[in-house]
Design a protein around this ligand. Structure first.
Ligand code: ATP
Ligand code: CA
Ligand code: CA
Length: 423
């Protein structure tokens, strides 16, 4: 499966969905952003702000091409997460996502049916999620927020927003916006999705030989005798962070998450250059924010703080600023984070903590599946003998412990590097 994805132009099956997602994000996020910061209350975690978009527009929403409804969940919580803990500049965030209506679609790389979209500058991923995942994220949001506060260097997915689009015929699409672990500037030469389980966890090596973008799994890692080359210092830091993150997931009864690892080989560099070339093929831009005159006497719309903030954002949207080739790699939010500060990732080191020529891009992903859902899935697959191996549900405690043990073992020097081979 390609890692780069296809640009969504007019006529694409998901064009309207993309258009509505981005319109909703732009309007809802800039509205929240235009208000004066205040401290969070318990209500903020449960909040859901509704917007209704149509051709005419009103004081809250600009006129737009399509009819749809949009919900912004816990906007104040996500605003605080973005600004205080994830170090995102508010204008920058909105511009990356919505200054031009361009996303590329990765399709559905997993079995879950989720779709993935990259922002134009490749920094953000929009993932459509199942309603159960959506409900689960809302339920654990306070604990997630608290964890991020206590663990600024967490490896867990950084959730920047949670939203829903409802299309006229009633289809509801939930989605999150999160960090793309992989860098816009660098080729990723090998990708692994590791769970710490060996059951059915192999991408066929024959196919892998033909597909440099394959997402490899636990058994490929073991059979290729890979290890994370990290000296004592980074090894200790990374181990401790994985331990803490896995503890939280255990407490939340989450399952099925994985450690995603992208490997960039500095000697090989960016000569493949696939991603950057692809992103330069821009589809025709969609004119945005062509606001029709506000209806009725209620003319507070165009001069309301949010309207002003929106106009400012649009004025400031210099398209060149979004082309990733203009952004210095360390000018991004990543420089603030221990595990993302070496060219957006974590540079390999030897036993004396000297740098080696490899950069790892890693994080813990797919963290919204509670055990109860896994059990249901297992039940569903019961009749399908051939598919049963696809899931190996163990209780969350066991999953987390196995996950942590595996991750410790794959770090060079970590004892037990070969322990998993014999399994
Ligand atoms: P399933 O439940 O079947 O595992 P899913 O639809 O929930 O699939 P994920 O496991 O979240 O999907 O992700 C699938 C793949 O997409 C990952 O293996 C990885 O290659 C890519 N991916 C997911 N999240 C990120 C991210 N934050 N950064 C970069 N790549 C990602
Ligand atoms: Ca997954
Ligand atoms: Ca999943």
């Amino acid at each position: 499966k390609p890692v780069v994805g296809n640009l969504i132009g007019e006529g694409h099956v998901n064009y309207v969905l993309m258009f509505n997602m981005l319109t909703g994000i732009r309007v809802a996020v800039s509205r929240c952003q235009a208000k004066i910061r205040r401290s969070l209350t318990d209500e903020d975690y449960k909040a859901a702000h509704k917007y209704s978009f149509d051709f005419i527009g009103n004081e809250l929403t600009p006129s737009t091409r399509y009819d749809f409804k949009f919900k912004d969940y816990a906007p104040w919580v996500f605003r605080e997460l973005r600004e205080d803990y994830f170090q995102l500049d508010p204008a920058d965030y909105l511009l990356s996502l919505t200054a031009k209506y361009i996303l590329s679609e990765l399709g559905s790389p997993g079995k879950s049916g989720s779709f993935f979209y990259f922002s134009r500058d490749y920094r953000f991923i929009i993932k459509t999620i199942h309603h159960s995942e959506h409900k689960f994220l809302r339920r654990i949001l306070k604990q997630y927020h608290e964890h991020v506060k206590q663990n600024p260097h967490t490896l867990l997915s950084r959730f920047y927003g949670l939203h829903r689009v409802k299309l006229p015929r009633g289809r509801k699409i939930h989605f999150v916006i999160m960090n793309n672990l992989f860098p816009p500037h660098k080729d990723v030469h090998e990708t692994y999705d590791l769970k710490g389980s060996t059951v059915g966890r192999e991408y066929p090596e024959v196919k892998a030989a033909q597909n440099p973008r394959a997402v490899l799994k636990d058994l490929n890692w073991i059979n290729r005798s890979k290890s994370l080359e990290l000296g004592p210092e980074k090894r200790a830091l990374l181990t401790e962070q994985i331990r803490r993150d896995a503890e939280l997931l255990k407490k939340l009864h989450v399952m099925d998450y994985s450690l995603l690892i992208g490997i960039h080989n500095m000697a090989r560099g960016n000569r493949d250059n696939v991603r950057r070339n692809t992103l330069k093929v821009f589809s025709p831009d969609v004119p945005i924010l062509r606001r029709k005159p506000t209806m009725g006497q209620n003319s507070k719309g165009p001069s309301s703080p949010e309207a002003i903030a929106m106009r400012r954002l649009v004025r400031e949207s210099d398209p060149k600023a979004l082309d990733t080739s203009h952004v210095a790699p360390d000018a991004s939010e990543r420089q603030h984070f221990l595990f993302y500060q070496d060219d957006g990732g974590l540079r390999a080191t030897d036993e004396t903590n000297e740098s080696l020529d490899t950069i790892y891009y890693l994080g813990i992903i797919d963290i919204l599946t509670p055990y109860s859902t896994v059990k249901k899935l297992e039940h569903y697959w019961k009749g399908f003998q051939a598919d049963r191996h696809k899931i190996s549900p163990v209780p969350p405690e066991e999953y987390a412990d196995r996950f942590f043990a595996f991750m410790k073992a794959i770090m060079r020097g970590g004892e037990g590097g070969t322990r998993f081979k014999s399994e």
